[in-house]
Design a binder for this molecule. Structure first.
Ligand code: BGC
Length: 250
């Protein structure tokens, strides 16, 4: 059995579990702590350490993957949509590795979710172009062509009607603006139609916590591309981070 520790750090929550990377199943409970307000590097790293200490078996010498809500290249975090700007250009992989006392793999959270869906979920065996979007505090994206993940796409930053898509179509935007499902679906429609126009995908996968309410908004979308919910929803980041670490990628 190939176990790995997956940690999914978001603007709101920091979650983790040990994963069996062959079956794509959690082998411990999913543990969760709130991400500290302000999203500054030191408190966020501290929260990750605290979380790992709570997970039974996490001190075993198993691979550790962290899914993170920024562009990640060569271990550096290069953006900061919903966390402190101090993360931009930060050597996050080194800092997490030092704090946890072991080498970690660091990847974008939506890419981790895409990798999980590719290996254990809705994108498995799907030929052509699959675009996964996570609708949460921000909008994350994963771009998978014929089973290969192209990392660090940021479709939430696509400019639509003069603003970035995540400002009006993320789940946070729905909450903050008080949109009902119909009003929010209109914004999602603009976003997905735009993606269709420029990429002609074969499948859209919708992830993020709100995918559990799919019946409230997915039937309101009128797209020519099939659209389905993520198989793993809130666990996809954990599964993908663990699987990417176990595969030695990232
Ligand atoms: C970030 C992405 C991230 C997404 C979901 C966006 O604000 O730019 O990198 O994947 O939020 O957390």
């Amino acid at each position: 059995m190939a176990h790995a520790l997956g940690i999914d750090i978001g603007g709101t929550g920091t979650k983790g579990a040990i994963v069996d990377t062959e079956s794509g199943k959690l082998v411990t409970d999913r543990h969760k702590l709130l991400t500290p307000k302000g999203g500054e590097p030191k408190p966020m790293i501290h929260t990750a350490v605290e979380l790992v200490e709570q997970i039974p078996g996490s001190s075993e010498p198993i691979p550790v993957g962290i899914a993170f809500p920024t562009i990640v290249k060569n271990g550096l975090t290069l953006s900061a949509g919903n966390i402190s700007k101090k993360w931009i250009g930060y050597d996050a992989r080194t800092r997490f590795s030092e704090a946890l006392g072991r080498t970690v793999t660091l990847v974008n959270d939506a890419d981790a979710a895409g990798y999980a869906e590719l290996h254990y979920g809705a994108a498995k065996g799907v030929p052509g172009l699959v675009i996964l979007t996570t609708l949460g505090t921000g909008i994350g994206s994963a771009f998978i062509y014929n089973g290969v993940l192209v990392p660090n796409t940021e479709f939430g930053f696509l400019e639509i009607d003069g603003d970035i898509a995540e400002a009006s179509a993320s789940y946070r935007a729905k909450e903050e603006h008080g949109y009902d499902w119909k009003q929010w679906a209109k914004r999602l429609q603009r976003f997905y139609t735009h993606l269709e126009r420029i990429f002609s995908p074969d499948l859209f996968i919708v992830g993020g916590g709100v995918s559990k309410n799919a019946d409230d908004f997915m039937p309101l979308l009128d797209l020519s591309t099939p659209i389905v919910t993520a198989t793993h929803q809130n666990n996809a980041g954990i599964l993908g981070a663990a699987a990417i670490a176990a595969a030695g990628l990232g």
